[in-house]
Write a protein that binds this ligand. Structure first.
Ligand SMILES: CCCC/N=C1\SC[C@@H]2[C@H](O)[C@H](O)[C@@H](O)CN12
Length: 657
């Protein structure tokens, strides 16, 4: 029996012998600084936890994931609360449906899982702006994650709503929350503002009670631990498989000489940015290092255990040497896949934990391969009456998304050519002010794109008075480091040759609202352009309808030879696709999102260029670019032959108009 299990059994046996000094039935959770472990109801307790983000999993799959985590041997889960997920509009709080945090906590409780709650208010997590709501940026020069008065006021108002909801869920009050994290890796942030952390500590104690176990988590360096820790908040560390465990926990000991050893984020995998090679972490290495930590009696949370998906516009970004947007899939090479399928890594981890009988895990999904063809709806310039019902804001110079009070998605900036441009003329944002991608058209003809930090100039031609349309895409706000004040849109003027472009009409686009309202399928009685021989280039909408065919399983949408864009299915925004850049090549579609009785409406916004065939493919497994080619020849042959067979069998010509 692995040493880790021996120790786990020993700790549990110790529980039987320890005569708790508690009234029978009284619940408590605390730190035993004498014996260096947690006490649960007065008995030694070691948590084996996994991170799962309810904001990245459809509500109908929460229980499925939680049960699988329990079946893997965990006794706890760790969960972030993204502030912007619950207060996208200032002062308007949403705790229903996919935001029903208390329902998620209740499902975890029903499943026998304790909870390590991480309410931030900043959470990082490769989530949009690290969970901070973008409307904070409307306060000029706000210093986020500091004692800045505007920021502190907004944080205090938010925590005054959230924390009272959480108090009944504390283990000591009959719930399942055992510990609560304050902020997140604060030692990594430039501000190092102890007054801010003291204010948070005051609020957390005020709303949750003085006897709640509060903690901090920081990267495994002295500098990070120095700025990130505070008296009264138990200091924990995070590190992955390549870190020396003894050195890491010795560093924690320098800040917490007594108390339980805790690795709050043991990285089971890692995140992907568009253009990266897909990050993987060896399963045997993960299970081995986990076993070593458990054998030391350490408390471990595996980050991630179930990653899920950055649906809609919720992905974050990093900005070290340049801006790098996080992909839609948050699979994280985690023990449970993005679609919730157990992996070899989960089985290896379960072998180390071995605290639950080896119940058979549910089988993976059945094979599905469906191909069908989309039809062109039109380009954005021609759809402004549908997509921008509020109409344009006129401004001499460009306004940001935040100034326009639209925080996510896409914005259309329109002006006219100041003079004839018979020769290709450079269009440039001299201050690198395109945040993040701008798709440029003249009189509806796509001229090219500008990309933050990457593509800073394109050539344009046209005649004086021609309409210049610039569609700007928010690719997700930076979620880590000093650049989280990540304003979006055209942050500075555009220069065309020697002319500063002025006199703008700026159109907020409510694409999600239009699609949720049934567009474009509800317009299907109208005539759409007939399929073109040559595919359009530039931002164009396409639509399709998949007739019900019993398909109610999880599938993965592949847009083979498409470039980059966004997909909606039955009104739900699945997120971004970018197969031209990878490594992600498919989009996860949760099975219950598809109707087995009604037509399934697919809408695609292709931003650069669709393939002539306009076909899309529903697959039974994800595809991504790994270090070697996508698949071996044998695998490729198998996929294509199976695909060919199913194409014949399931070829769907989408409903046309
Ligand atoms: C080297 C940069 C470290 C930044 N911290 C990261 S990257 C992946 C994870 C998640 O973002 C997590 O939310 C952070 O707390 C720690 N971490």
């Amino acid at each position: 029996m692995a040493a880790g299990v021996l120790l786990f059994v020993a700790v549990n046996l110790a529980c039987l012998s320890v005569s708790g000094n508690l009234a029978s039935g009284e619940r408590s959770f605390s730190i035993d600084y004498k014996n260096n472990y947690f006490l649960k109801d007065g008995k030694p307790f070691q948590y084996i936890s996994g991170s799962i983000h309810y904001s990245r999993i459809p509500r109908y799959y929460w229980k499925d994931r939680l049960v699988k985590m329990y079946m893997a041997g965990l006794n706890a889960i760790q969960v972030y609360v993204p502030w912007n997920f619950h207060e996208a509009v200032q002062g308007v709080h949403n705790f229903t449906g996919g935001q029903d945090l208390e329902h998620f906590l209740d499902l975890a409780n029903q499943t026998g899982l304790l909870v390590i709650l991480r309410p931030g208010p900043y959470i990082c997590a490769e989530w949009e702006m690290g969970g901070l709501p973008a409307w904070l940026l409307q306060k000029p020069n706000i210093i986020l994650r500091s004692a800045d008065a505007d920021y502190v006021e907004a944080v205090s108002n938010w925590l005054a709503v959230l924390l009272p909801k959480m108090k009944p869920w504390l283990y000591i009050n009959g719930g399942n929350i055992i510990t609560v994290q304050v902020e997140n890796e604060y030692g990594s942030y430039f501000a190092c503002d102890y007054n801010y952390m003291r204010h948070l500590r005051t609020l957390f104690h005020l709303f949750l009670g003085e006897d709640t176990v509060l903690f901090t988590t920081d990267g495994n360096t002295d500098k990070e631990m120095t700025c990130g820790t505070l008296e009264g908040l138990y200091a924990t560390v995070d590190f992955g498989t390549d870190t020396n465990i003894t050195k890491a926990f010795n560093r924690q000991r320098r800040f917490e000489p007594r108390g339980p050893l805790v690795n709050s984020e043991f990285y089971t995998g890692w995140l992907d940015h568009w253009g990266d090679q897909h990050a993987v972490v060896d399963a045997q290495k993960v299970s081995r290092v986990l076993g070593e930590m458990l054998a030391m009696g350490a408390n471990v949370n595996m980050y991630m255990f179930e990653g899920g998906t950055n649906f809609g516009y919720w992905n974050g970004a990093d900005h070290d040497t340049k801006f790098r947007s996080v992909v839609t899939s948050y699979d994280y090479d985690a023990p449970l896949s993005e679609a919730g399928d157990p992996t070899e890594k989960l089985l290896a981890i379960r072998d180390v934990i071995k605290q639950v009988p080896l119940i058979e895990l549910p089988p993976t999904k059945v094979d599905i391969l469906i191909t069908f063809t989309l039809f062109q709806v039109g380009n954005i310039s021609s759809l402004l009456n549908t997509l921008s019902t509020v109409g344009p804001v006129k401004s001499q110079y460009p306004l940001t998304f935040e100034e326009m009070k639209q925080f996510y998605g896409y914005m259309l900036y329109r002006t006219t050519l100041p003079r004839d441009l018979s020769e290709p003329t450079p269009l440039i944002s001299p201050l690198n002010g395109v945040h993040d991608r701008a798709y440029v058209s003249v009189n509806g003809v796509f001229q090219g794109l500008l990309e933050r930090d990457t593509m800073l100039v394109i050539n344009v031609t046209g005649q004086q008075g021609d309409t210049v349309d610039i569609l700007v895409e928010n690719m997700g706000r930076v979620n880590f480091g000093s650049k989280i004040n990540d304003y979006k849109g055209l942050l500075s003027n555009l220069i065309l040759g020697k002319d500063v472009l002025t006199d703008w009409k700026i159109y907020p686009l409510d694409i999600d609202g239009a699609i949720a309202g049934g567009w474009p399928h509800s317009d299907s009685q109208k005539s759409f352009p007939a399929p073109q021989k040559d595919p359009s280039v530039g931002p164009v909408f396409y639509m399709g309808t998949l007739q019900p065919n019993g398909l109610a399983w999880d599938t993965f949408l592949k847009l083979n030879e498409w470039t980059k864009g966004q997909v909606w299915i039955n009104g739900v925004n699945l997120g971004r696709y970018w197969p031209a850049r990878g490594p992600q090549l498919t989009l996860y579609i949760p099975g219950p999102l598809l109707s087995t009785t009604l037509p399934n409406n697919i809408t695609v916004l292709e931003l650069e260029g669709a393939p002539a065939h306009l076909r899309v493919l529903f697959m039974d497994r994800p595809q991504l670019i790994v270090e070697h080619s996508l698949t071996s020849v044998a695998e490729r042959t198998a996929i294509y032959s199976v695909s060919f067979f199913y194409c014949i069998l399931f070829f769907f010509v989408a409903d046309t108009v």
